[in-house]
Design a protein around this ligand. Structure first.
Ligand SMILES: Cc1cc2nc3c(=O)[nH]c(=O)nc-3n(C[C@H](O)[C@H](O)[C@H](O)COP(=O)(O)OP(=O)(O)OC[C@H]3O[C@@H](n4cnc5c(N)ncnc54)[C@H](O)[C@@H]3O)c2cc1C
Length: 457
């Protein structure tokens, strides 16, 4: 008898990947009475989410904040007792954009909208005609073309482009409006325009607000790792295996098996939550032409640099915000800066501000390979220019590289969704979830985890 035959275990469902998607799914399925095992290749749960506590700073090395954009994320926080949701304070409503050699606040009302230097007069008045513009006819239209067509060039350059840098670290010329910003796309398709659609949806917004769904950004008190710790504690470490490269031995409808470090686990279903780039390693038996239609998903490489500055060293107004974004037209070398210690409690020592500086993305993927010294030098130089303080003394607390940070939903997304459906038909018993489909943000991940992808049947 081989060691694999001797060491045999049974589970209802095996989930591959202990990031937010995999852990939320396991938590949800356990609540439905399923005997679940989570299998993770690395030595810690959390995936992209990781918080470090260092010298009085609470540093996020991956996502800093999420959005309370759906009922599923609100309900997850309501049901978990081991962590406390922290909603960003009111400063987070203020967003800064770099233009004309300084940071400008994104307008929040009619008067500030009229006087802002961010947009041209032509586009400010042109917005009044937005409800009367024709619907687009190209389902593969890019985010850039959609924004220029509906809102005008200056809104594209100084609102949409930096917003896309902030969310996708992406290039709006390459992202598909239909897949990357499906809610905006639906406003035009269903209501004829963004303003008409937003007005029509006001009623839905009220209903959503009653359920706790808002545009607010969130973290967890003490950092996002507390959310991961709370999920892990609910699931139980006995149901999570770390440091293992799962080998799939058998896949049939209702009957699958895996080799996990010489232990055979039989289960009725395997759910993958790994990124698209990791799928070929997990499913080496899949036909190459089918797999290539799934793992052709491009990911933006991102460097995140944690920086500390004295709050007294920069203008108060330049720090009183959620963060600052840099439009690509301005040709600076960073994508943007988030201000976690401004938005959340106890993230930095008294008198210091913690900044998260983002670099690289789809427009500068090579930066992820830069040396630490080159990154440090560039960040220090850029911050001196952005805050207009040549003597600014920025202290670099950490440099975190993500070679596959954010998936880019481009026009081949529809074909990828079909390839995933075909894969699942070919291998009944395997489900492909994760950020290859259904959205890139934490709220999307939680929603997918408790949708039919993570259902018990
Ligand atoms: C730098 C950065 C900034 C971000 N900023 C934000 C933000 O501001 N707001 C927001 O909402 N979202 C943000 N995100 C996105 C957010 O972090 C992700 O949506 C979310 O954490 C992804 O969770 P996941 O479980 O789907 O994937 P992951 O976290 O990638 O987890 C997948 C897991 O699968 C494991 N794995 C891979 N291959 C195998 C294998 N063969 N066997 C076993 N395990 C395997 C990996 O080790 C990993 O732990 C950001 C992401 C990054 C990287």
């Amino acid at each position: 008898m081989t060691s694999l035959q001797k060491n045999r275990k049974e589970r209802d469902i095996v989930i591959i990947g202990a990031g937010l998607t995999g852990l939320t799914m396991a938590y949800h399925l356990q609540k439905q009475g399923k005997n679940v095992l989570v299998v993770e290749k690395s030595s810690r749960p959390g995936g992209a989410i990781r918080t470090l506590d260092e010298s009085g700073y609470t540093i996020e090395t991956g996502p800093n904040t999420g959005s309370l954009a759906n009922e599923e994320i609100v309900n997850l926080f309501n049901s978990l007792s081991g962590c406390k949701l922290e909603v960003a304070n009111k400063e987070a409503h203020r967003r800064l954009i770099w233009k004309n050699g300084r940071l400008q606040a994104l307008p929040s009302g009619i008067f500030s909208g009229l006087v802002t230097p961010l947009f041209s007069w032509k586009d400010k008045f042109g917005i009044l005609l937005e409800p009367f513009r024709k619907k687009g006819s190209d389902p593969d239209e890019s985010v850039a073309d959609f924004a220029k067509r509906r809102l005008g060039r200056s809104f594209y350059e100084y609102a949409v482009d930096p917003f896309i840098s902030g969310i996708y670290a992406g290039n709006p010329e390459e992202l598909s409006i239909r897949y990357a910003l499906p809610k905006l796309y639906a406003l035009e398709v269903n209501y004829g325009g963004l303003i008409r659609g937003s007005i029509a949806k006001l009623k839905d917004l009220k209903v959503e607000r009653k359920k706790g769904v808002t545009k607010d950004v969130f973290s967890t008190e003490g950092g996002l790792n507390r959310l991961i710790d709370a999920l892990v504690s609910e699931i139980g470490m006995e149901n999570i295996v770390l440091d293992v490269n799962p080998e799939i031995l058998e896949v049939e409808k209702g009957k699958c098996s895996l080799n996990l470090n010489e232990i055979r686990v039989d289960c009725s279903r395997i759910i993958s939550t790994v990124g698209a780039h990791s799928l070929p390693e997990l499913f080496p038996f899949a036909p190459e032409n089918l797999m290539s239609g799934i793992n052709n998903l491009r990911y933006a490489p991102v460097i995140q640099v944690a920086v500390s500055i004295h709050t007294s060293e920069v203008d108060r107004d330049d720090l009183r915000a959620f963060g600052a974004l840099i439009p690509s037209k301005e040709n600076r070398r960073i994508l943007g800066i988030l201000y976690p210690s401004v938005c959340f409690k106890n993230r930095s020592p008294q008198g210091k501000a913690l900044l998260s500086v983002f670099m690289g993305g789809m427009r500068h993927p090579e930066m992820v390979h830069w040396s630490d010294n080159r990154v440090k030098e560039l960040v220090r130089e850029e911050l001196k220019i952005i805050y207009r303080r040549p003597e600014l003394n920025a202290q670099i607390l950490g440099i975190f590289r993500h070679s596959h940070a954010i998936p880019q939903y481009e026009k081949n997304t529809g074909a990828r969704m079909e390839a995933i459906a075909e894969f699942e038909k070919l291998y009944p018993g395997i489900v492909i979830a994760g950020n290859a489909i259904d959205g890139i943000g934490m709220a999307h991940r939680v929603k997918q985890a408790i949708s039919e992808k993570g259902s018990s049947t």
